[in-house]
Design a binder for this molecule. Structure first.
Ligand code: NAP
Length: 642
């Protein structure tokens, strides 16, 4: 998989060019072609996307508009070819602004422009790279960082530190990099964010085989990034961090690790970056008798590939994003599949969810690679500017447990149509599968039809009676029915609220991080914690999103903040920084209030976004722009600098 490819000169016939644009999404196509050719006249005003129509087929474009947009793009590419394929200079200033306003559907707020320019990273330029190196700022000072985890977040943190010339080591408990994309090997596992967006801004590729990559492809991508960015030599695999303790006299961390051979070792570092993820430790449900089952059983994140499901009676507990992906595969193999559903997911029909990228689009991407970057921005903008607003609570709205605002009710009606349509002849399935909570209160599950088709199968049963207990033979539901199985699969999610477990972290005055949190993790910007100087969290508390954006976006913001924090330490000659309690508490009060005004915060529905106290400890309730702005530069006044 090549990263950041350059455009290949066009050697296609007119017809081949017209075919190449035939499967492209119109708004990013027009922007990418206008950028490459420098011909902005193709950006007709009436071809701007309408953000209120993104759920309509072809995002609301009429056939005439689609045809015209493609013809304009093809003609511009033909002229570009005939002119010798001289790419226009990279757009800047007003020219870039015109493109951004076009894809945004209307004039984009000025504040967004620098962020969107970074996100675009046109022509492979890494606009988020640190603008300084340690040798500029503090050449004589040694500063070494331990990163915990070589998954998606650890990789970006390491890359930024490397760019800034800061020494680091990565400890990874697994025998390979990739984090969640290495651990989750269940059949059907794939990402539910379009590839061009679920990838690093600084490492784009046009070689995604599908629109939404499978686990294997993503693992390959992250391995490629590790190798191409030169990070592998810094990674100690099969090395688990057991505990990290602050030495107050030096403000350094003593990080105790255990290697694969059982050997324990302590590393002394100046800062610790935890990049252990939220969806890492499998969660087994608290159901009576769970140890009694005599057949085979496993959790989706620890899939036992040695168990052949062919012809077996399989019980599945859970209907979250993981289960929704493996249920159709299991149902194909098993003799009988029984799904125990506590809460049905909202399904979002996405036709191309499992499709390969067609040859036509691959051709376009080869010659117009920045199509992928504009597609990235298109996904960013349309989810952010339309879906997020639909999650906001209108205090005047009287939707009970079903919706939180008029816009949310519109979404509910729209989503409900899918159930009515796909289960038109199965009112029993509508009754069981149609959620009775507001859309966006839980993670939406994408479906190209495979999930609903699976529920309709004669050899599949959707059980909504609560589970009373697990027995030797299977599952007993509260109605007294015994469901007998050969295999039980738990798609019951992760210990998402138990941030950083089972590691122990000891900070100022011997403070234990888990005792401090007491199951209710909080951090300032999700990154720093009072009394734990130079401990930086990636994907920490309240940095998850439900519907808009990609976690990679947050990780890139956090990595930037970590590197800028180290710069602040080096420039000021300080050894360490930890946020003041006042700043931390005020920040968290605001985040809590923000979450209380979002669908996932007010709805009583069960979700991994809430911790045992019912507080939303996972989600960021504000705009992506705001997180970006807040993580630009640390404000020294927010920190105790030692
Ligand atoms: P999850 O969303 O937490 O789902 C767990 C499922 O198990 C839910 O249906 C839950 O029911 C059920 N459950 C838990 N305890 C139960 C009990 N005691 N009795 C009955 N049912 C029980 O976990 P997940 O599906 O692994 O997904 C977690 C997150 O990972 C997703 O939200 C997403 O962010 C990410 N993910 C993404 C993808 C992707 O990109 N395609 C794929 C997989 C996961 P309730 O709903 O009633 O709690």
């Amino acid at each position: 998989m090549r990263l950041n490819p350059k455009p290949v000169p066009i050697d296609l016939t007119d017809d081949e060019i017209r075919t190449a644009v035939a499967d492209a999404t119109v708004a990013p196509l027009l922007c990418a072609v206008a950028q490459l050719t420098g011909d902005q006249s193709i950006l007709h005003d009436d071809l701007r996307p309408d953000m209120t129509k993104i759920f309509e087929p072809n995002a609301g474009y009429s056939d005439e508009q689609l045809g015209r947009a493609r013809a304009l793009s093809a003609d511009a590419l033909i002229r570009y070819r005939d002119g010798g394929c001289h790419a226009a200079p990279e757009p800047a200033g007003a020219a870039l602004r015109t493109l951004i306003d076009f894809i945004g559907g209307a004039t984009v707020d000025d504040d967004y422009v620098p962020l969107l320019t970074e996100e675009l990273a046109l022509e492979g330029e890494d606009r988020r790279a640190p603008t300084w190196t340690k040798s500029d700022v503090a050449p004589d000072r040694d500063f070494r960082v331990a990163i915990i985890g070589a998954g998606m977040s650890g990789i970006v943190a390491a890359h930024r530190l490397a760019q800034a010339g800061i020494r680091f080591v990565i400890f990874e408990k697994n025998s390979e990099v990739g984090g969640t994309w290495w651990e989750n090997t269940y059949p059907g596992c794939r990402v539910d964010i379009a590839n061009h967006f679920y990838s690093y801004s600084f490492a784009q590729t046009n070689e995604w085989p599908g629109f939404f990559s499978t686990q294997q492809v993503l693992l390959d991508y992250f391995r490629t990034c590790v190798d191409e960015l030169g990070l592998r030599e810094h990674i100690q695999l099969s090395t688990e961090v057991l505990h990290a303790d602050l030495d107050e006299s030096t403000q350094q961390w003593h990080v105790c690790v255990r290697h694969g051979d059982g050997r324990e070792e302590t590393h002394v570092v100046d800062a610790v970056v935890s990049a252990v993820g939220q969806l890492n430790r499998p969660k087994m449900p608290d159901i009576a008798g769970i140890d009694r089952f005599e057949g085979e059983w496993f959790h989706s994140a620890r899939w036992n590939h040695a168990v052949d499901l062919t012809g077996k009676r399989v019980g599945i507990i859970g209907t979250g994003a993981s289960a929704a992906q493996f249920i159709p595969v299991v149902a194909e193999e098993a003799a009988r599949t029984t799904i125990f559903q506590r809460t049905p997911p909202w399904l979002l029909p996405v036709e191309n969810y499992m499709d390969d990228v067609p040859a036509t689009l691959r051709t376009l991407l080869r010659h117009v690679p920045d199509y992928g970057r504009w597609d990235r921005l298109w996904v960013f903008w349309r989810t952010h500017e339309s879906l997020l607003k639909m999650a906001e609570v209108d205090p005047e709205w009287d939707g009970g447990e079903l919706s939180v605002s008029e816009a949310n009710q519109v979404l509910r009606d729209l989503f409900s149509m899918y159930y009515q349509l796909m289960f038109a002849d199965r009112p029993d399935l509508v009754a069981k599968a149609l959620p009775q909570y507001p859309p966006i209160a839980k993670r939406v599950v994408l479906d190209n039809g495979i999930y609903v088709t699976t529920l309709r199968r004669d050899d599949v049963e959707l059980v909504t009676d609560a589970i009373a207990e697990i027995t030797e033979k299977g599952v007993r539901t509260v109605d007294g029915v015994d469901h007998v199985f050969d295999v039980l699969i738990y798609g019951t999610g992760f210990e998402a609220s138990k941030f950083l477990t089972p590691m122990q972290m000891t900070g100022v005055g011997g403070a234990d991080l888990h005792e401090r949190w007491h199951g209710d993790a909080r951090a300032y910007l999700g990154i720093t914690v009072p009394d734990f100087p130079n401990l930086f969290l990636m994907y920490g508390p309240n940095t998850n999103i439900v519907i808009n954006g990609s976690i990679i976006y947050f990780s890139e913001c956090e990595a930037h903040f970590v590197v800028e924090s180290i710069r602040m330490l080096l420039e000021r000659g300080a050894r360490s920084m930890a946020p003041t309690t006042k700043v931390h508490d005020a920040y968290n009060e605001r985040v809590d209030a923000g979450n209380r005004s979002m669908a996932w915060g007010v709805s009583k529905v069960s979700s991994w976004y809430k911790n045992e106290f019912g507080r939303v400890a996972q989600n960021w309730p504000f705009s992506l722009l705001e997180y970006w702005q807040q993580t630009r530069t640390p404000d020294p006044d927010d920190y105790v600098l030692r």
